[in-house]
Design a protein around this ligand. Structure first.
Ligand SMILES: NC(=O)C1=CN([C@@H]2O[C@H](COP(=O)(O)OP(=O)(O)OC[C@H]3O[C@@H](n4cnc5c(N)ncnc54)[C@H](O)[C@@H]3O)[C@@H](O)[C@H]2O)C=CC1
Ligand SMILES: N[C@@H](CC=O)C(=O)O
Ligand code: NA
Length: 433
């Protein structure tokens, strides 16, 4: 059988490992595909850079990615970002190549353009590595659950922020120090702002919601909050409550006034220690998928890092290559449901509110009154003293709309007896969620 030509775009953390695995496992991959996979070129940004041990012939390096994509059967895009990745992927498809990408930013920004191009040119588009690294998650959603009705996807989908929050919680590490460690371990994006500000998780949430609900959801549709506002005091407050703070991606099918809709959000949230997601450490990811017939499924594993991510990329390369050998194509875009995306203000959540208050009679009644005015029911209230001897009131609410909760907090801040709102965090994983 003629070899299948594989072109690799990008040779960084993920690309370097993809090249190594393609070369070191060549024999087994050929047996699984039914034809050898021949690495025909590796596009890099700069020629002549010191790259250490490559694991493949240095003569394959090229700075002409435009040319490389015209002479491949399978193009692997692991450059990241929107351009030139998008133009290269589209050019590869025009020239008849199947595409494998790990690029969630591109898929969440302009997925429909890529799917339409793949359909037009009759080629595959696979992207398992784009969400939750090595964990097989997109293929289960695209294929295994295609006969079911998914109602909810909830999980930790960013390794860097989970690593940072875990280190802050377990070792008391500072935020900046933990981010640097995550970068050194190859978990963070080229610009770690994408991780800590929640952009990476929001892109992944958009991809998950699109697949789960057969609806186009882009990154711009996702309510996004990162972890930069999470303080050491928040982490301690969560611990006092028997909780941890995690950055969660939550995609839900909801019934709104106007009919069925989806809500898609990424934000830090307190989770009780008894919740399985609370036990997810370091850069691991874990995602719950709830479907009407299947019930609750959980996917867990390494969500970031060069080698685990390369595993998912290689799995996709094998899938595309098998189609080239045996015929057939992977699933295309499924967006027939066209459900509207619910604004965050209408989403139902719970809050944990920490207030620095005057320590005198009547304070509790005034605070409770503000919650009542907004129709927000209180689950628990505790008063304690912080390290500086100030009175701290900790209120945990029942579920209410996000709009009601945020106006409640605004009005609390206006009360004379409230010195400051010390922290506000959403709470997930309780009995009513
Ligand atoms: N690192 C990880 O844990 C994971 C990364 N990903 C995704 O994989 C992709 C790659 O990520 P990393 O390997 O971590 O990034 P990286 O920054 O280590 O590698 C990207 C490489 O592409 C090169 N590049 C930039 N422009 C180029 C161009 N025009 N032509 C050729 N090469 C060019 C850069 O010089 C760099 O070496 C991104 O889309 C990222 O979001 C997905 C899952 C996990
Ligand atoms: N930067 C990302 C890499 C994987 O997608 C993360 O930290 O999860
Ligand atoms: Na994955």
């Amino acid at each position: 059988m003629e070899p299948l030509r594989v072109a690799l775009l990008g040779c960084g953390v993920v690309g370097g490992e993809v090249a190594r695995l393609l070369t070191s496992q060549a024999g087994e991959l050929a047996a699984r595909v039914g034809a050898p996979l021949e690495l025909v070129g590796v596009a890099v940004r700069r020629a002549g850079r010191e790259r250490g041990e490559l694991g493949f012939d240095a003569g394959l390096l090229t700075t002409d990615a435009d040319e490389l994509v015209t002479r491949a059967d399978v193009v692997v895009e692991v450059i990241g970002g929107i351009e030139p990745a998008r133009s290269l992927v589209l050019r590869a498809m025009e020239h008849g190549a199947g595409v494998v990408t790990a690029n969630k930013a591109l898929l969440a920004a302009d997925g429909p353009t890529l799917f339409e191009a793949a359909a037009k040119h009759g080629v595959d588009l696979y992207y398992e590595a784009s969400v939750a690294g090595a964990i097989p998650l997109l293929r289960p959603l695209r294929e295994s659950l295609a006969g079911d009705r998914v109602t909810r996807v909830l999980g930790i989908v960013n390794g860097t922020t989970n690593y940072v929050l875990d280190k802050m919680d377990s070792t008391g590490a500072g935020f900046a120090e933990a981010v640097e460690q995550a970068q050194a371990l190859g978990y963070a994006e080229a610009d770690p702002t994408a991780d800590v500000e929640g952009f990476d998780a929001a892109a992944k949430a958009a991809i998950l919601a699109s697949l789960a609900f057969h609806t186009r959801v882009s990154a711009a549709d996702v309510h996004r909050e990162g972890i930069t506002e999470v303080s050491a005091a928040d982490v301690r407050a969560a611990q006092q409550q028997g909780c941890v703070i995690k950055l969660l991606a939550i995609c839900e099918r909801v019934t709104a006034a106007a009919g069925e809709a989806v809500s898609v959000r990424v934000h830090p949230a307190m989770l009780p220690l008894s919740h399985p997601l609370a036990q997810v450490r370091e850069a691991y990811n874990a995602v719950y998928v709830e479907a009407e017939a299947a019930g609750q499924l959980m996917f867990y594993g390494p969500g970031a890092g060069g080698r685990p991510t390369a595993s998912a990329v290689l799995g996709d390369v094998v899938a595309v290559a098998r189609h080239r050998v045996g015929g057939g194509r992977g699933p295309g875009e499924s967006a027939y449901a066209e459900l509207p995306v619910l604004p965050m203000s209408e989403v139902v959540t719970r809050y944990h509110v920490r207030l620095h208050v005057a320590d005198r009679p009547g304070v509790l009644a005034q605070v409770a009154g503000v919650f009542a005015q907004h129709g927000v029911s209180i689950e628990t209230v505790q008063q304690r003293q912080d390290e500086a001897g100030r009175a701290v009131l900790v209120v945990v609410t029942h579920a209410a709309t996000d709009a009601a909760l945020s106006t409640t907090v605004e009005d609390l801040a206006e009360l004379d007896i409230v010195d400051s709102v010390a922290g506000v965090l959403r709470v997930e994983g309780g009995d009513d969620r």
